[in-house]
Design a protein around this ligand. Structure first.
Ligand code: HDQ
Ligand code: MN
Ligand code: MN
Ligand code: MN
Length: 301
């Protein structure tokens, strides 16, 4: 039977790949086979190739860096994820940069306009073209999905279909001033590491689900940035921040989301093996595979 009551197709997961070397390592670590062993019909249609836009042809737009290549890749991912979702499959996107979530969540919302998003991350990724300091678009996807901030022509293809009460964060601990203001002004619910310490991960996940999916009637898109985990657990990632989720807390979130029976799309993002020594890279890849298995039904007993 299909894991989610929203997936007519019995347990078919379509593995998508990001733009980074991370996805290749996750696949080569055996993730497709591991998912097949969980009973999934895995459709892995190869590594997504994107022709690079040379940097000189992709100058910043305002502060935004590599806007054209990011937009092009995300738009392609939106189409492919949307197509898989419309076929009743569960798109699993392996990143790669979290800017890809503009594509994956757009794809999910096309099929499931009432889907809710559980965003697991050290960061809120909700800067606008105005509030961003870094100009790195991986810090902005949520603002485009929510339609917050000044219009950026390059990203006008991102339809603002996500509503503030349909997204909830878990794991925040490095949020910019401008993002704090946005979260507050839009009434967006966020469980930082402070709440994880205070209530424990079990209660936090329950409160997060109660907030975005009270009757567990809505489809869930889980977007998991591995930098939500403590750097001792997932060291090989772009923006590590101390004081993160333990190995078990991260896996508990995935197990609990799976148990709702509402999961329709999954992102495992920001695994970047080229950023650490090979031991740390291997450890991070293994955690990425393990999180995906937990979100797709691997239980402890
Ligand atoms: N908000 C950020 C942005 O660049 O917009 C700034 N932050 C780094 C910055 C370093 C100095 C102290 C404050 N934090 C990274 C974050 C984006 C993370 C993207 B993700 O996909 O890894 O979540
Ligand atoms: Mn990134
Ligand atoms: Mn992120
Ligand atoms: Mn992050």
């Amino acid at each position: 039977s299909s894991v989610s009551r929203f997936l007519p197709d019995p347990k078919t997961v379509a593995a998508k790949l990001g733009v980074d070397k991370g996805p290749i390592h996750l696949v080569e670590a055996g993730l497709p086979k591991q998912l097949a062993e969980l009973g999934w019909k895995v459709q892995f249609d190869g590594h997504h190739q994107f022709e690079e836009i040379p940097t000189e042809d992709d100058p910043p737009i305002g502060k935004l860096k590599n806007p054209r290549s990011v937009s092009r890749v995300c738009q392609a991912v939106a189409k492919v994820v949307g197509d898989h979702a419309k076929k009743g499959q569960l798109p699993l996107t392996l990143g790669g940069d979290h800017s890809l979530a503009m594509g994956t969540i757009s794809g999910t919302l096309e099929k499931y306009p009432d889907a809710c998003v559980i965003w697991v991350d050290a960061h809120a990724d909700i800067n606008t073209a105005e509030t961003t300091d870094s100009g790195n678009i991986h810090g902005m996807p949520a603002s485009f999905l929510l339609g917050i901030g000044p219009k950026v022509e390059e990203f006008s293809w991102v339809k603002p279909l996500l509503k503030p009460h349909r997204i909830v964060y878990i794991g925040l601990r490095d949020v910019d001033q401008g993002e704090r203001r946005i979260l507050r002004e839009h009434g967006i619910k966020a469980f930082s590491m402070h709440e994880v310490d205070k209530y424990g991960i079990g209660r936090v996940v329950e409160m997060a689900l109660d907030h975005v999916n009270p009757g567990r009637k809505l489809p869930i898109h889980l977007s998991f940035d591995v930098d939500a985990l403590d750097p001792s657990v997932a060291p090989s990632t772009g923006t590590p921040v101390r004081g993160g989720l333990t190995f078990r807390e991260g896996h508990y979130i995935c197990e609990a989301v799976y148990e709702t029976g509402c999961l329709v799309a999954l992102d495992i993002m920001e695994v970047n093996p080229s950023l650490a020594d090979s031991e740390s890279a291997k450890q991070t890849v293994a955690v990425g595979c393990s999180l995906a298995r937990s979100a797709l039904g691997e239980t402890l007993l």
